[in-house]
Design a protein. Structure first.
Length: 248
DNA sequence: ATCGGAATAA
DNA sequence: TTATTCCGAT
């Protein structure tokens, strides 16, 4: 049949492996809905879901299409927006997401909650950063209570609760007074050692040659081995062969 | 459209 | 525990 999307060879790039808990690992599923949303948003294709307005706010432009994609990813052929949105509503209590009232199909991420809520086993960024203002990321290396990937590939298994930059809407206007500080525990704590995005990038546990002047819409597909990014296939069409272009 | 209870799955 | 599936209420 058409191009089905299999979870483990999927075309997605946006998260390092540790973000995807394998289904066969005890007590974990594969992809969480907010992962998926952040992926699509980070891809910036804009046909289905896009950032809008406030920081973290996004609008679902084609709800049923989004549901279709989500259903493919999870192997739920009968997924629809009604059901997807119920899952979204469960995020309200967890403070991961909330509804932007009055705006149709519009929700808003609460980034400051996302990480800690979903990766409670990871060491708190606050703690780590505050315990020593220098070289924060060295603390994250290997050993510790971190999630270890199932594949026994020779992976350094570096993990920390930072979302990758392209998960965020647009670039971070650090240069100025950062109005976003309060929303990011790790950023506010990091402030003493990194005052702008370029310094933040420099602190990341891999050498990345990001173009800081640009918006962070693209990420080097040749990521570092340490982060073992999921492989990206071209942003080309992975979606259906159902031949649905436009829909009412 | 949006909300949230209830039952159920994995 | 995170959805998935239904569904009545607003």
């Amino acid at each position: 049949m058409g191009p089905l999307i299999s979870p483990y060879w999927s075309q997605t790039v946006l998260f390092p492996d540790w973000a995807y808990k394998p289904a066969w690992s005890p007590g974990s599923r594969q992809v969480q809905l907010w992962h998926f949303l952040l992926e699509l948003l980070g891809r910036g294709e804009g046909g289905v879901i896009t950032w809008s307005g406030e920081w973290g706010e996004f609008v679902i432009q084609d709800p049923e299409r989004l549901a279709k994609l989500w259903g493919e990813r999870k192997g739920k052929p009968h997924m629809n927006y009604d059901k997807l949105s119920r899952a979204l509503r469960y995020y309200y209590n967890k403070r991961i997401l909330h509804k932007t009232k009055g705006k149709r199909f519009t929700y808003k991420f609460n980034f400051s909650k996302l990480i800690l809520v979903n990766y409670p086993n990871l060491p708190s960024c606050q703690q780590v950063f505050q315990s020593g203002n220098s070289l924060p990321f060295s603390h994250f290396s290997s050993e510790g209570s971190l999630y270890s990937p199932p594949v026994d590939r020779a992976q350094p298994s570096v993990s920390h609760p930072l979302l990758l930059p392209y998960c965020f809407p647009k670039s971070l206007p650090f240069s100025q007074a950062s109005p976003y500080q309060g929303q990011f525990p790790f950023l506010s704590a990091l402030h003493s050692s990194a005052t702008n995005l370029s310094e933040l990038i420099r602190l990341l546990p891999f050498n990345s040659s990001l173009h800081l002047g640009q918006t962070l819409t693209s990420w080097p597909t040749k990521g570092s081995a340490e982060w073992c990014l999921n492989r990206a296939t071209a942003p080309s069409q992975v979606d259906e062969g159902e031949g649905q272009e436009k829909k009412m």
